[in-house]
Ligand binder design. Structure first.
Ligand code: FES
Ligand code: FES
Length: 194
């Protein structure tokens, strides 16, 4: 693989990353994950297995979850890519991030960016998903810490708060999310704390 990288010509491509048009000149076999982390310095997207098995590297390509560790960057030329860095705005967590924080859906946090992006895609197409739908949407995201129950509860909490307050949890409403420090003192009103 190294020889291929060294002998291949670099290609220049444009990608809209988190709403900004970016131009990168890279070897054609470079992974999207490496371009995000190394070329664009967006290190929120994690590499776990590097083989398409764990979901830690999940980003959205044209709004659809994609595993960036097995996605060649040339395949997303001209398309939109959203990473975890696009979710929080101006120091404010999104509804989903806030729910993960409040419901202890994150422990070591390594899987969390991928979990959030997969859940985000789900909530854009279904603002009130069933537990089964949440489990299905997150089925490709592995977590070694939480046992998944808290993660499912976090997504449910984000949905239910969205329903009550008319705030659908997607990036279009991220500006309506509350400050980070508010999340420390508030808790989800619908799911009791343990
Ligand atoms: S790092 Fe991409 S699926 Fe595991
Ligand atoms: S919180 Fe540690 S792997 Fe999920």
């Amino acid at each position: 693989m190294k020889a291929i990288f060294e002998s291949a010509d670099a290609v220049e491509i444009e990608i809209v990353v988190n709403g900004t048009r970016r131009t990168v000149r890279v070897p054609p076999l470079k992974r999207l994950l490496d371009v995000l982390r190394d070329d664009l310095e967006l290190c929120g997207t994690k590499e776990g297995c590097g083989e398409g098995e764990c979901g830690a590297c999940t980003v959205l390509v044209d709004g659809v979850p994609r595993l960036s560790c097995i996605t060649l960057v040339v395949s997303v030329a001209g398309r939109t890519v959203e990473t975890i860095e696009s979710v929080a705005q101006g120091g404010r967590m999104s509804r989903l991030q806030q729910a993960f924080h409040e419901k202890l859906g994150t422990q070591c946090g390594f899987c969390t960016p991928g979990m959030i992006m997969s859940a985000e895609a789900l909530l854009r197409r279904d603002s009130t998903p069933s537990e089964a739908a949440i489990r299905a949407a997150l089925g490709g995201n592995l977590c070694r810490c939480t046992g998944y129950v808290k993660i499912i509860e976090s997504v449910q909490c984000a949905c239910q708060e969205s329903g009550i307050r008319g705030q659908v949890s997607d990036l279009a409403t991220r500006h309506a999310s509350r400050p980070v420090d508010a999340a420390v003192t508030d808790s989800c009103p619908l799911i009791p704390d343990p």
